[in-house]
Ligand binder design. Structure first.
Ligand code: DQA
Length: 147
């Protein structure tokens, strides 16, 4: 089972950016953590991060026919991007939306998620553990689909 973890703008700045909101773990640590958790779950994991909306759309399109599930933290594009929503719908690869912070308790402009409509679940406010939970959700979902 192949899972692709996609992170949007500024997620590469984890450990530097707003530590009170996103914690002090770095992006490199997040990758390492996800690799370890993926191994425990017996899934194959790959990663993509970009600060550019179109590059995120390209990565989603490239997943078509190759990837079984997508974990996506579109970061700020969550609240603005119809293009990312449409890409997820286009490939119809099962996807789980993740946010490190609890967006529901933050600014009004973070209350809209365009991508949510194309995701089987949204996990927010669980820190980087949210990525592990998202992989678990996908594994269960995909396994059920296959069975
Ligand atoms: C975020 C929440 C977004 O509102 C914000 O723009 C981010 C990160 C999160 O993981 O909590 O960059 O997606």
């Amino acid at each position: 089972m192949k899972i692709l973890i996609i992170n949007g703008p500024n997620i590469n700045m984890l450990g530097i950016r707003e530590k009170n909101i996103y914690g002090s773990e770095t992006y490199e640590y997040l990758l390492e953590y996800c690799r370890e958790e993926a191994e425990k779950l017996n899934v194959e994991v790959s990663f993509f991060q970009s600060n550019h909306e179109g590059a995120l759309v390209d990565a989603i399109q490239e997943a078509y026919g190759k990837i079984d599930g997508i974990v996506i933290n579109p970061a700020a594009y969550t609240h603005t991007s119809v293009a990312i929503l449409d890409a997820l719908k286009a490939v119809s690869v099962p996807a789980v939306e993740v946010h490190i912070s609890d967006v529901s308790k933050r600014e009004d402009f973070r209350q809209i998620s365009y991508v949510r409509a194309a995701c089987i679940k949204t996990i927010a406010g669980h820190g980087i553990e949210g990525y592990k939970e998202a992989m678990e959700v996908l594994k269960e979902h995909i396994t059920k689909g296959i069975a």
